[in-house]
Design a protein around this ligand. Structure first.
Ligand code: AMP
Length: 427
């Protein structure tokens, strides 16, 4: 059977379920958001990393963990034509760490990304099968100051959008020294309260007790409220690390709460974890982004022992929160001019090119349509002025300048003066 031969011939021309087109002018808001993020993180030494959308499935199995929801239940996997098992990227960290292992840049290595992520979830508002993440990864230093830098970058970005109703939660998940002891303590506690847990966790809390801390059912939340806390069971170096992170955030006036249940869904985290939650949107989908330290991930993917930390922010969620708070509105920059030419010669080609080369945003009519129809398109385009070339203008060597968004009559400008005139008008 060839690929797609079982697809219905009349498949509707629609995006796949849970996926969306982002069209202009909303896409202009995306561009602005990404440009703002790029400027912020590049100013802190992070360089853009562009990795494939597809990776060998093992990159995610080993990194995120096969027991996690993202890998175990939601990842898009397929066998390619070479018989290799591949996966569409479900998150941004593992591919960047894979790139680090492959290219071994000199640490400290700081990278940022903007990339689509794919998860086969039950779609709802704010939860999609394709979403975009903006993120950073910093590899090399184990210094708690780097945790502070990374968290503060995400905080500053969110604040720069005008979002105020956002809570930063931080936690520490310890390391290979103290985590096993804590997990045992938690397992014993959950065993005592097994009958009060939600159905699925009654059956399988023993495999990974930490996931119960992440469970959002009221039953599990009631139980874990009183569970032993990781911060009370950290080894001395992890406790000192976490104390320095908190002190650094305090020093930078980054407000936060310690959330004893913030374990996040991926196996690779060690020590610091953090998440930004919006108070302005539906609690089930209120995470704007999060991240943490992953000191073992580079080794898990076959590289030398190298600490790392990063975060991923969901673009769609951030924009939903912006809408809820009435900030960072869609503002698409308008066209400066729209060229209307009814002479059928080369005037529109030449004038449009000249203005674009001079740095103006310009569009034009095509197909030799009537003056009236081209004016309609000019109006629809949002351009600030129409530049009209009819037979008279052509004969006289002029262009009719017609303001579309302000009062004023059409006036004739010598063709050779049009760049200067437009510049003066728009300044
Ligand atoms: P995670 O990699 O799960 O920590 O996700 C990082 C961020 O990406 C989350 O905080 C959300 O903002 C966003 N995100 C994750 N999954 C989805 C999804 N299915 N749809 C939309 N946004 C998502």
């Amino acid at each position: 059977m060839t690929a797609g031969s079982d697809a219905p011939a009349d498949a509707p021309a629609r995006t796949p379920k849970g996926m969306h087109d982002v069209l202009w002018p909303e896409s202009a808001r995306w561009e602005r958001l990404v440009a703002r993020f790029a400027a912020l993180v590049e100013g802190a030494g992070y360089g853009l990393a562009i990795t494939p959308i597809v990776e060998h499935v093992g990159i995610f199995n080993r990194g995120i963990g096969e027991g996690s929801d993202v890998v175990g239940k939601e990842m898009y996997t397929f066998v390619d034509r070479d018989g290799q098992v591949m996966a569409l990227r479900p998150e941004g960290t593992a591919p960047v760490v894979r790139a680090y292992v492959q290219h071994h840049p000199v640490p400290p290595w700081k990278a940022w990304y903007v990339a689509p992520s794919f998860r086969h979830e039950n779609p709802q508002h704010g939860r999609y099968r394709q979403h975009f993440q903006l993120g950073v990864e910093a590899l090399g230093p184990s210094d708690a100051d780097l945790d502070v830098e990374v968290i503060a970058l995400a905080f500053d970005f969110i604040a720069s959008l005008g979002l105020h109703q956002v809570i930063l939660k931080v936690h520490s998940m310890g390391n290979e020294v103290c985590r096993p002891g804590y997990v045992e303590l938690l397992r014993a506690f959950l065993a005592e309260h097994r009958s009060q847990l939600c159905g699925p966790h009654q059956a399988r809390f023993e495999q990974n007790p930490l996931r119960v801390l992440d469970c959002k059912t009221p039953e599990c939340e009631d139980v874990t409220e009183a569970a032993p806390r990781f911060v009370d069971n950290l080894c001395e170096p992890c406790a000192a690390h976490f104390a320095r992170v908190r002190a650094g955030l305090d020093a930078l006036d980054v407000p936060f709460v310690v959330d004893h249940r913030l374990v996040r869904g991926f196996d690779y985290y060690t020590r610091t974890t953090f998440e930004f939650a919006s108070g302005a949107i539906d609690a089930a989908q209120n995470a704007l982004g999060g991240g943490g330290r992953y000191n073992g991930l580079v080794e898990m993917l076959g590289g030398p022992p190298t600490p790392g930390i990063g975060f991923g922010l969901g673009i769609e969620r951030i924009l939903i929160a912006c809408d809820a708070e009435g900030v960072f509105a869609t503002e698409a920059p308008p066209l400066h001019a729209y060229v209307i030419d009814v002479t059928g010669g080369e005037s529109a080609v030449l004038l449009t090119a000249e203005l674009r080369r001079a740095g103006f945003r310009v569009d034009r009519g095509f197909d030799g349509r009537s003056m009236k129809s081209q004016f309609k398109s000019a109006d629809h385009s949002g351009a600030l002025v129409a530049l009209v070339i009819g037979d008279r203008e052509l004969a006289e060597g002029t262009v009719g300048l017609n303001p579309l968004r302000s009062d004023g009559e059409q006036r004739d400008i010598p063709r050779s003066d049009i760049v200067d005139e437009l510049r003066a008008l728009l300044s």
